[in-house]
Write a protein that binds this ligand. Structure first.
Ligand code: GDD
Length: 357
């Protein structure tokens, strides 16, 4: 990976957002819309980068750390992404990264996103998933000036609803987080709204319910299960250890959800939107369906309950009301729950079979 931090932007980098083209000189007129994505190595970052690239965007991705192993993965899987070094914990690096990439749209998907980890590293979680949002908004405010042409998307989360006050949950449901992760996301969410109201930034918050795919990390329950199911099917292991099977989640497909992120930034006004399927399933149902998709009926024989995977406080039930997104953005999920489970199991069977070959 090339180090970009200390370089000054190459010459005709200067670009203007769509609504500023009117006053641009010929030399200044932009050729491509540019997006800047934090969390580029994650599931959502990858789907979003592909979506935007397909729409003709120039795509920059923020990469943190020294010899970040996942940067190599992104470089080979998404060769069109231009990687920029920086960290959500370091305001100066964010300013430099934005000055370098001159984005029209910034998508903040970077976070400590694993709820269980947030209980073990609460301060780090608050710093990256909470204060990181503030730093990025400050960087946008400083780099974009006034009126600020940079549009901002914040990855808010249904974890913010926590101990839910109503069902289904909408943009108006009161927040009651149940984890350091949820609390950090609440801070990021309110900060996004505050920058919109204080400085007139085009800042949107997408309150996304759980969204999965074959690209999901194996620490999350869905991929942990589908990966184990594939290995059990092939005789490579006999059981999988899980925690609370009674928790209920509204699970959708990540590829559908990144479309909503993009749509939010194309609206005439910034706003907040719940993105969800409107259906909820217990973890137990996911497990049963995943085993069934691999042709295994006696799933209970292969599942061991392990207290290590229970959390100090649980979010028992999530189900979203995405009617505002449907009405305003024209967004609706495309992939059903059954299809999602089947797709993930099929992918993991293929991965494990390839390893055996
Ligand atoms: N990870 C995990 N591992 N979860 C388990 C396990 C296990 O072995 N056993 C049961 N669960 C339960 C968890 O207790 C939780 O209730 C549910 O499965 C889902 O856990 P995760 O897949 O880890 O996701 P999450 O709901 O905590 O958080 C995800 O969704 C949020 C949106 O609501 C993450 O993607 C967050 O980053 C995201 O904001």
């Amino acid at each position: 990976m090339k180090s970009l931090y200390w370089q000054t932007p190459p010459a005709p980098y200067w670009k203007l957002s769509k609504d500023r083209i009117g006053s641009a000189t010929a030399g200044e007129a932009r050729l491509m819309t540019t997006a800047f994505i934090t969390g580029i190595t994650g599931q959502d970052g990858q789907y979003l980068a592909e979506l935007l690239h397909g729409k003709g965007y120039r795509v920059f991705g923020l990469i943190s750390g020294q010899r970040n192993a996942r940067a190599e993965t992104v470089a080979s899987a998404l060769p069109f992404v231009e990687l920029v070094e920086g960290d959500l914990q370091d305001l100066a690096s964010l300013i430099a990264a934005l000055e370098y990439s001159q984005p029209d749209e910034v998508y903040n998907l970077g976070a400590i996103s694993f709820v269980a980890l947030s209980f073990k590293q609460p301060e780090l979680t608050a710093n990256i998933s909470g204060l990181g949002v503030l730093r990025l908004l400050e960087a946008i405010r400083l780099v974009g000036g006034s009126p600020n042409p940079i549009r901002f998307y914040q990855a808010s989360s249904s974890e913010m609803f926590g101990k839910v006050r109503e069902t289904p949950q909408s943009e108006l449901t009161p927040l009651h987080p149940r984890s350091p992760y949820g609390s950090a996301k609440v801070f990021g969410h309110h900060t996004t709204v505050n920058y919109r109201e204080s400085y007139g930034l085009f800042a949107c918050s997408g309150i996304l319910f759980n969204h999965e795919s074959p690209r999901r990390g194996q620490e999350f329950v869905t991929r942990k299960v589908t990966s184990a199911v594939a290995r059990i099917k092939l005789g490579l292991q006999d059981e999988v250890a899980l925690g609370n099977l009674d928790a209920k989640r509204d699970w959708g497909f990540a590829g559908d959800y990144v479309q909503a992120m993009h749509l939010m930034l194309q609206q005439p006004e910034p706003d907040d939107f719940v993105i969800a399927t409107g259906q909820t399933h217990a973890v137990r149902e996911f497990v049963e369906l995943a085993f069934a998709a691999a042709g295994i009926d006696d799933w209970e024989r292969h599942v061991r309950i392990d207290p290590r995977f229970f959390r100090p406080a649980e979010v028992d039930l999530l189900v979203g009301d995405a009617s505002k997104a449907r009405r305003v953005l024209g967004w609706a999920p495309q992939m059903s729950f059954d299809e999602l489970v089947a797709t993930m199991v099929a992918h993991d069977l293929e991965v494990e079979q390839r390893k055996l070959a």
